[in-house]
Design a protein around this ligand. Structure first.
Ligand SMILES: [Mg+2]
Length: 373
């Protein structure tokens, strides 16, 4: 089997405006083979940068575009192709956007392998540990603290027993944040697991620790990205001193960044995104580093149904893969891009035994939102 084409599709919903809200864009990669098998992957990042990284022509030995590296190759040689892409794009790649592009390709290669061998991806990864995975829901809090009661109630009604909020105004002003947390805790009661996402807004170790202490009585399961994940020293001091678990890492890529983050930052929970960290292959290596260090891996995931399906397959085949983030986005790129979106059932997602990622893509929607700039 040989790869005959690698295509990149950039999607954007114009009505969502310029501001970054939820699921306003997506970038998909389609890999075609000479046997007729087609694989899909995605990256949750800047669509046009991924497109450039894949389509750019070779400029020198360390500046190949991924498309040129992949055409004519056997798509089943996933590990060798990962290394080939990494090494031959190393001037512009190695971290960030270059790895985001490799992530999308890697996911598409696993999709192809599953179809070729006629086995679910979790079988190719070593077999599934469970038939369903507990999910938690994430929402952006409303500006008025009281209005968050209704948002939390909606998630409860859907069956979630865990929820996380962050973004919007949250994280900028302690009194405001406290009122939001109080309102949500009051609404959901003591048995629901609550997490907060600070998107680095607590800035420093000292500030974050003092806020963590004031929030102790609200029994938060974890505080996510309280400070920038580049501040490894701050992370390790906070994780040691706070009573809440400290989580982070969604913007990091490759086993190398995660090795530093896990071994020096000492978080309690690490959150690689399968479409940014290097794909299914690299996520498995990051999981092994997390396991070796007694750190829990709870992937970040907030894009299309392709990301969701890939994350479910990966977690099913991971010994400690017991918790998944389930997007609450109302963007059609989440709700309607994939015909067979992984459902939420009583607060859990089922582990599908379908072949490949099962991505029956909605081509009307793709054609509606596709942009070529
Ligand atoms: Mg986050």
């Amino acid at each position: 089997m040989k790869i005959t084409d690698v295509e990149v599709m950039c999607l954007r919903i114009p009505t969502r405006g310029e501001e970054c809200v939820w699921g306003e864009d997506a970038v998909l990669v389609r890999i075609t083979t000479d046997t007729g098998i087609v694989g899909f992957g995605e990256a949750d990042t800047s669509p046009m940068v991924v497109r450039s990284f894949i389509e750019t022509p070779n400029s020198n030995l360390a500046c190949f575009g991924l498309r040129e590296l992949l055409i004519g190759e056997n798509p089943l040689e996933i590990q060798r192709l990962w290394d080939k892409m990494y090494e031959s794009s190393s001037y512009a790649g190695r971290r960030g956007a270059g790895i985001h592009a490799i992530s999308a390709v890697d996911i598409a290669l696993w999709d192809i392998a599953s179809q070729h061998y006629q086995q679910p991806i979790h079988m190719l990864l070593g077999g599934k540990y469970r038939d369903r995975i507990k999910a938690y829901g994430t929402f952006i809090p409303a500006d008025k603290p009281e209005d968050n009661k209704a948002l939390a109630r909606e998630l409860l009604d859907k069956g979630f027993t865990g929820m996380k909020f962050g973004g919007g105004l949250f994280g900028n002003d302690f009194d405001h944040d406290l009122n939001v947390i109080k309102a949500v805790r009051e609404e959901v009661g003591d048995d629901v697991t609550l997490m907060v996402d600070l998107v680095s807004r607590w800035r420093t170790f000292g500030n974050a620790l003092s806020i963590c202490r004031k929030l102790e009585k609200y029994n938060l399961e974890w505080v996510e990205e309280p400070i920038p994940s580049d501040d490894l020293d701050g992370y390790s001091r906070l994780a040691a001193a706070a009573t809440q678990k400290v989580a982070g890492g969604e913007i990091l890529s490759t086993r190398y960044e995660f090795k530093d983050f896990i071994e020096r930052g000492r978080p309690d929970i690490v959150q690689p995104d399968i479409t940014r960290c290097g794909g299914i292959s690299e996520m498995a290596r990051i999981r092994d580093i997390a396991d070796l260090n007694g750190v829990q891996l709870v992937p970040h995931g907030f894009s299309t149904g392709i990301l969701l399906a890939a994350t479910v397959q990966f977690l099913a085949a991971s010994k400690h893969g017991t918790l998944i983030e389930y997007s609450q986005s109302d963007s059609p790129l989440f709700t309607d891009l994939v015909g067979d979106l992984v459902p939420l059932e009583d607060g859990y997602v089922p582990v599908s035994d379908t072949i490949g990622l099962g991505s029956q893509l909605n081509w009307d929607l793709i054609n509606q939102y596709r942009i070529d700039y």
